[in-house]
Design a binder for this molecule. Structure first.
Ligand SMILES: [Zn+2]
Ligand SMILES: [Zn+2]
Length: 465
């Protein structure tokens, strides 16, 4: 038999039957004593009333004290509880102690919101503003803001981290602590074999970009291992910028295709008609003969320049990570410390954070649709991503020994979502690799040593060729 003193939802306890009996007995005794008092003679009415009040108050106080004692939740968790209540499982809790206006705290805010929303009922997320509530900072023993404190379901502190912490790192830490919130919800997509074999004759494929070689812009380089064929002067200069060997007199090995005659001619003495297409991207036409160059200049405009000037223009803009020659029109824009740099590919753009040690903002285009994707980093971690659905394609190739290596800068990219990535992979039958998160792509770059960064994208050091 149980009597409920409180709403079961509030976690109160039932009154013990012995306590109930004591209360009933006390009321009966008081009632009897009052009756006796009124029967006595020689005591004034005022005295009687005062005595009654004192005794009633004393009995009431005793009853209240006993009642409070019994209605306190049991401290012994091992006691089987048979109270009528809805059990709520204790949740692990993430407390972020920060301030509304500190910069890393502001960057934490959307992450906390996402965690709160995505893991409702599985993780409790709390933000405490110490500028508004300084006492809270003392309570948590905070040395700097923001600080994230991880409590397990029993309320024990398991880990704390000072400074900005990315969502990926927070989830990874929870996983380490035994809470796998992210689970298997990640989108996994890969293509490990080309959709169909590349049946193009080898001498029609550019050594650098794997694109088709137009017979009007072919560039060849004589090497010890045979002739290297490139689709254009620009791909030649990319290759040139990736060479680690001594490049003195290198131009003697290079031939370009005469635009008018369609025949190879030595690169150094040739002339170059240099103009721009509608997007501002340079267009280079090579000529062995000045008259042919001038005739084409009359027809299509542009400037006629020599090899050294062309070399200077082509090497002017470099990838901020791997140092290879790049056209800004093809590249990802990278902002670091108010300065602009370029990433020759999306992954190289993230690598600028690793090479410079600075916080960066990358603006790259979806390879399928051209829509903007903006990534911001803080202390080498991804701080924000727009749109949040954006993903990366990690182009990889399998070497004859079975090992997977990067397929090179021409085979990487960002996409606003996984569907765009899949469509692009469908449209590019020879691409192989896998979908990774952009923060993973950043993490891959951040773990490189200075020596590895030095060798990044260098032919013979890093290139899969
Ligand atoms: Zn090429
Ligand atoms: Zn690069």
């Amino acid at each position: 038999m149980k009597f409920l003193l409180q709403c079961p939802c509030s976690g109160g306890s039932a009154i013990h039957p012995v306590l109930l009996l004591a209360i009933v007995a006390a009321i009966w005794l008081v009632a009897r004593w009052i009756r006796l008092m009124f029967r006595k003679e020689g005591i004034s009415l005022m005295n009687k009333a005062a005595k009654i009040l004192i005794v009633v108050a004393l009995v009431a106080a005793v009853v209240i004290v006993i009642a409070i004692k019994y209605t306190k939740p049991s401290a012994d968790a091992n006691q089987p509880s048979n109270q009528i209540s809805t059990p709520t499982l204790p949740l692990p809790k993430l407390v972020d102690v920060g301030a509304g206006k500190c910069i890393p705290c502001k960057m934490m805010a959307p992450i906390l919101q996402e965690l709160k929303k995505e893991y409702t009922g599985r993780l409790e997320v709390q933000f405490i503003d110490v500028w508004e509530n300084p006492a809270a900072g003392d309570k948590y023993g905070i040395k700097l803001i923001p600080t994230q404190i991880f409590y397990d379901a029993s309320g024990a502190e398991r880990f704390r981290h000072e400074g900005f912490m990315s969502k990926e790192d927070i989830l990874a830490k929870w996983k380490e602590l035994g809470y796998d919130f992210a689970g298997h919800s990640e989108v996994i997509f890969d293509r490990l074999k080309p959709a169909h074999p590349d049946s193009r004759p080898k001498d029609t494929i550019c050594y650098m970009c794997d694109g088709d070689i137009s017979p009007k812009t072919l560039v060849t380089v004589r090497t010890d291992k045979g002739e290297v064929r490139l689709c254009s002067p620009h791909c030649y200069f990319i290759m040139y910028s990736c060479l680690t060997e001594d490049k003195t007199g290198f131009e003697k090995k290079v031939s370009v295709t005469d635009w008018a005659m369609g025949k190879l001619t030595p690169a150094a003495p040739a002339l170059y008609l240099y103009s721009f297409n509608e997007t501002g991207r340079p267009v280079i036409k090579s000529f062995a003969d000045k008259q042919n160059a001038q005739a084409e200049q009359k027809a299509s405009g542009g400037s006629i320049i020599g090899w050294q000037i062309l070399l200077g223009k082509e090497l002017e803009t470099r990838c901020g990570f791997c140092d290879r020659a790049v056209y800004p029109e093809d590249a990802a824009l990278v902002k670091a410390d108010g300065l602009y740099s370029w990433g020759c590919c999306s992954h190289c753009a993230l690598g600028v954070a690793a090479r410079t040690g600075k916080d960066i903002e990358v603006q790259e285009k979806d390879r399928l649709t051209g829509e903007d994707i903006i990534v911001k980093t803080l202390n080498g971690k991804m701080a924000s991503l727009e749109p949040a659905t954006a993903v990366a394609w990690f182009g990889q190739r399998q070497k004859p020994d079975g090992a997977w290596v990067s397929a090179g800068c021409f085979h990487q990219g960002f996409f606003t979502n996984a569907d765009n990535l899949k469509k692009w992979v469908e449209q590019n039958p020879y691409e192989t690799g896998r979908l990774i998160s952009i923060s993973q792509a950043l993490a891959d770059k951040m773990k490189l040593s200075p020596q590895q960064i030095q060798k990044a994208c260098k032919i013979g050091e890093c290139s899969p060729k």
